[in-house]
Write a protein that binds this ligand. Sequence first.
Ligand code: ZN
Length: 242
Amino acid sequence: MGYLDIKGRVWHIVQSGDIEGAIAELVSLSQRQPTDAADALTLAGELARQLNIAPSTPKPGPAQLVFEGDRSQAERFFRSALEVSSDHSRALYGLASVLPERSRERVDFLRRASEKRPTYLGLLDLGDAQRSVAKDFAAAYQAYRAANQLNPREKGAYMKLADLCRRMDRPDEAAEWSAAWKARREAGKPKLQKGALQVEVDSDGWTRCPACNRRFSVRSSRVFVDGRHRCGQQLAMKPDSA
Ligand SMILES: [Zn+2]
C-alpha cells in the first residue's frame, strides 16, 4: 500500500486528536497486512514520538514517566519495523532520532539511514556523531563531504569541514573550506547597479528584481521601500506598467 497511503488511512483519527487510537489502528494493520507492516509500524513510531514531543513540557513527577514511556514506545515501533524490513530508511532515521545522542548504536543507525537515503541534515548528524561519539574523524569527514556535495549552497557543511580539518591538524584545508564558503556567499550576492533599473510591473503589482532575481510585489512596503528593493537595488517602473 505504501507509507503515504497508510498515513492517509489513519489521518482522520490523528486529526481528531486521538493519536493513541491511530497507533492502535496501525498496529492492527501491521498484523493484518504483513506486506505493509514496516510502513505501518514506522508511522506508529513517528506518532508515538509526536506524543513524546507534545507542546506542553511535562512537569517532573508521574507525567514525566508517561513522557519517557512514549519515547521508548516509539523506539519499540521503529525496532519492530526494522525486524520486518532491515533497511527501511524512515525507520532507521526514526530510531536514530529517539536514541540517546551519545549512544554508539545511534551512530550505526545514522550511517545505515544515510547509506539507504542520504539527506543533508542526516549526513551532518552522522558527521557530528562520528566525530564526537565514535571519535572516527575520517568517517566524520566523509559524511560532511557528502553533505556538502548534496547541498553546496548551505553554510553548515563548510563550517564543519573547516572545524574538523583544524582538529585533524590540516590547517591549510581548513582555510580552503572557509574560503570556499566565502566565495559561495559572495557569488550569491546580488550585483547592484548604479542608478535605477527599469522593471515592468504586472497588473497585480508583481515584478522581478534584475539585481537579485527575486519576484516581489511593489505594493509590499516590507520589500520595496523608497524605490528600492530589499536587496538594495534602486528600481524604476516603466511608465506603461502598473
Ligand atoms: Zn533585488
